[in-house]
Structure formats: structure tokens, C-alpha cells
Design a protein around this ligand. Structure first.
Ligand code: NZQ
Ligand code: ZN
Length: 393
């Protein structure tokens, strides 16, 4: 059996003004007509959208635009995009934005290449294709620009569901750190938290999987790097070097270089997705609110792994012979770090006062109505999920 898998087919263009090459890159990937997909107003306000459209024109490509993607992107917008692509015969989707826009683009890509209702593929069916996607990234966070995943929220029941397939990798991603200067501080911090948790989800592997020391070292370096640079970016939003460090870390945090996704934990993400679906919280903030409670809940299964994180990343002194003490100090240090960048470490800190019924509903939805468990490091059932939501309350 293989020790791990690694597949990263996305072409990356990194640096200042790289968005000017969007048109040429679409053309090189066979585009004839492009759907330019974007979010609320940030890409218009900054002039990025105009520059991208100009580069498509310069490359001799036709295009149509569709904006209005919201964080925790909605299925209704995906349907609108599918309809527009079909009507306009668009054969390439260029996402200009963050994880929400890229994920919406991927869902549209599935919708125009697979039979039936696209939501069925987010409910368990296996897609056989996806239209080609390119990305001009404006926020370092979700890592969708180089991941095989997309996450969509269905307004009917407020279910947030992910879909992974090898077809959904972007053909290219344009990463210009300058495009992230305009991010609000909260989004910068939330994005960096997501980057951190993508790395931790992989760090806490399934039982029996031992990461290579090199892989651990890359993960730990990435974590230290983001924790240092987010502070610099919050102080000076136009600090190119800090933004560049964060942006590249964001992409690498979710392209499997710091660990094979399929061997990781992912419980914090599954628990957060329900919070995002039900309460529309920023994804990274929701992760910060959950992670400490998850960590304390599963700690006893392998305190030494948490102790390694504490010592190598969080500068916690090792208490000889007492991994659990070191581990607990590490979890507290991680929560202190989240607080220091303005992230919540409980659900109530996001102004959500969970009722008992809501906790049960979250656990019910997260367990797919009792049909699944979550977690690779430790398997969690619906009762465990309820316990963790209660601890994080
Ligand atoms: O809509 P606009 O006006 O552009 O504002 C956005 C949005 O409000 C704003 N923003 C983005 N770039 C900006 C900017 N504001 C000013 N200047 C800029 N340069 O930031 C807000 C958040 O954007 P969003 O795209 O939602 O952020 P993010 O990249 O964090 O994406 C979050 C979504 O990705 C999913 C999450 O669940 C969530 O739905 N994820 C996707 C993953 C994947 N496909 O692999 C993995 C992740 O774990 C995650 O689950
Ligand atoms: Zn995430």
C-alpha cells in the first residue's frame, strides 16, 4: 500500500501584476469564452475586475461576468452560473476572489459537465468531470486555488457540504500578494487561521500513519511562518513580504505538501461547516472557535503529538515525562495566539448563544442525520460532536 499520495496539477504564477496574464493563461488552456465569476464589491472597487477583463480582451477572448458570490457560497448562485454558462456557451470559468468564489466556480463547472442536479454531487454522487477553472486569488485562506475541494451551502435546510474530486483542481492560479492589501483585518486573521488549521488537520493523522520528519518539519515551519507574518500584515496591511509569505503558505497549506489530506483528521472542519451553514460565520473564525475544544476532547488519544506541536511551534517548554501537561499548555498557547489576532476561541465569542436544541441540531447535521462519523485522528460520533459543540459553546 502507498505511504501517501501527492497530486498537484495547478500552474502557479506568483508576484506583482501577474493578473495581467490571466487572458493568456485562459487561452493557453483552450478557453474560447470565459465566465468571469466574482464576489461582492471588493474586486470591482480595487479595479482588479477591469484589469482582468482587459487581459481577456487583449488575448482575443470573449467573456461574460457573474458577481454576487457571498462567503459560504450559495447553491442558488451556482444554478445561476450554470444557466448563464449554458446560454452563453462559456467553456472556461475564471474565479476572481477567494475560496467562496473559487468554490462557486467549481460547482458551476460540475453543473455544466455532469448530468442532473449539481447538488446531488454534493450529497454523495461521484462527478465524472468539471469544466476548466482558473483563479485570480484575492485572499489567502481557503487554499481552494490548489485543492481538489469545493464547499457549497444549500439554502434549503442551510446545509453546507463539500465535494472533492480530481477534476476540480484549478488549471492555473494567479497569486499577487498586493491584491490582499485591501483585506479587512478580520478577514486577514480569519484567513490565516484557516491556513493554520489546514496544516493541523494534516498534522493530526490517522492512527498508524507516521508522517515523515521532513513533512512534519515543513508543516511546523509553515505554522511558525504564518503566525509571525499575520501579526506583521495586521500592523502594516501593505507589507508585501508578509503578504507574500502568507499567500504562499495558504496555497501550500492545502495542496498536500504538508501531508496527505486523506490521512488527516478534518473533524474541526466538519464541525465548523455546520456553524457556517447555520450561522454564516467566517470559516476561519469558526475554526478558531472550535479547535481548542476539539483538541482537549481528543488529547488523551496521543498527548505526545500535541506535545510536539507545543514545543516545536508554540515555544512551550517540554515538561519531562509529562506529555499531557505540555500538550495542554500548547493548546492554551494556540488559543492565546488566536485571541491575539482577534479570533474567537468560543462560539459565544461570535455572538452566538447556542441553545441546547441548536447544539443537537448542529450535531445531527454534522453526523449527516446520524449516518456518518467524522475525524481521522480520533473517530467521533454524533454524541462526541454534541460534546465538542457544548465545550466550545
Ligand atoms: O465578496 P467580496 O466583496 O470580494 O468580499 C470578500 C468576502 O466578504 C472579502 N475579500 C476577499 N478578497 C478581498 C476581500 N475584501 C477586500 N479585499 C480583498 N482583496 O473577504 C470575504 C471572504 O471571502 P471568502 O472568499 O469567503 O473567503 P475565504 O477564502 O476564506 O473562503 C471561505 C470559503 O471557502 C471554504 C469555506 O468553507 C468558505 O465557504 N473552504 C474551501 C476549501 C476548499 N475549496 O478547498 C477549504 C476550506 O477549508 C474551506 O472550507
Ligand atoms: Zn478551511
Amino acid at each position: 500500500m502507498e505511504q501517501f499520495k501527492y497530486y498537484a496539477p495547478t500552474q502557479i504564477l506568483f508576484g506583482k501584476n501577474t493578473e495581467a496574464q490571466a487572458g493568456q493563461l485562459c487561452k493557453a488552456r483552450g478557453a474560447t469564452k470565459v465566465l468571469v465569476h466574482f464576489g461582492g464589491s471588493s474586486a470591482q472597487r480595487s479595479g482588479l475586475l477591469d484589469r482582468v477583463c482587459q487581459s481577456l480582451q487583449a488575448a482575443g477572448l470573449g467573456y461574460v461576468t457573474l458577481g454576487g458570490v457571498v462567503p459560504n457560497p450559495r447553491l442558488s448562485k451556482v444554478y445561476e452560473g450554470i444557466e448563464l454558462c449554458r446560454r452563453e456557451q462559456a467553456d472556461f470559468i475564471l474565479a476572481v476572489g477567494g475560496g467562496s468564489v473559487i468554490d462557486s466556480a467549481k460547482a458551476i463547472g460540475y453543473g455544466i459537465t455532469n448530468p442532473g442536479d449539481v447538488w446531488d454531487y454534493y450529497s454523495g454522487q461521484t462527478p465524472q468531470a468539471c469544466a476548466p477553472i482558473g483563479a485570480v486569488l484575492t485572499i489567502a485562506a481557503a487554499g481552494s486555488e490548489m485543492s481538489n475541494a469545493s464547499v457549497i451551502t444549500n439554502e434549503d435546510g442551510w446545509l453546507k457540504r463539500g465535494l472533492q474530486s480530481p477534476y476540480a483542481y484549478c488549471k492555473f492560479a494567479i497569486l499577487n500578494p498586493e491584491l490582499t492589501y485591501t483585506l479587512p483585518a478580520y478577514q486577514t486573521a480569519s484567513g490565516c487561521t484557516d491556513i493554520i488549521i489546514h496544516t493541523l488537520e494534516r498534522y493530526f493523522t490517522r492512527p498508524g500513519v507516521k508522517a515523515l520528519a521532513l513533512t512534519d518539519g515543513m508543516a511546523e515551519a509553515l505554522l511558525r511562518n504564518v503566525m509571525r507574518n499575520v501579526k506583521l500584515a495586521l500592523q502594516t496591511p501593505a507589507d508585501y513580504d508578509a503578504r507574500a509569505e502568507i499567500m504562499w503558505a495558504g496555497t501550500l497549506s492545502h495542496n498536500d505538501i504538508t501531508g496527505d489530506r486523506s490521512q488527516g483528521d478534518w473533524a474541526s472542519h466538519q464541525l465548523e461547516h455546520e456553524l457556517g451553514g447555520m450561522f454564516d460565520v467566517a470559516h476561519g473564525a469558526g475554526l478558531a472557535a472550535i479547535w481548542g475544544s476539539w483538541a482537549r476532547y481528543v488529547l488523551k488519544h496521543d498527548p505526545s503529538r500535541f506535545a510536539q506541536l507545543a514545543v516545536n511551534v508554540l515555544n512551550v517548554p517540554y515538561t519531562f515525562g509529562n506529555d499531557e501537561k505540555t500538550a495542554l499548555e500548547g493548546i492554551a498557547a494556540m488559543e492565546d495566539f488566536f485571541s491575539s489576532i482577534g479570533m474567537p476561541t468560543s462560539i459565544s465569542a461570535m455572538d452566538i448563544d447556542l441553545t441546547d436544541a441548536q447544539i443537537k441540531e448542529l450535531a445531527h447535521k454534522c453526523s449527516f442525520m446520524g449516518r456518518r462519523t467524522i475525524g481521522g485522528f480520533v473517530t467521533l460520533n454524533a454524541a462526541d460532536m454534541e460534546n465538542i459543540y457544548r465545550m466550545a459553546k
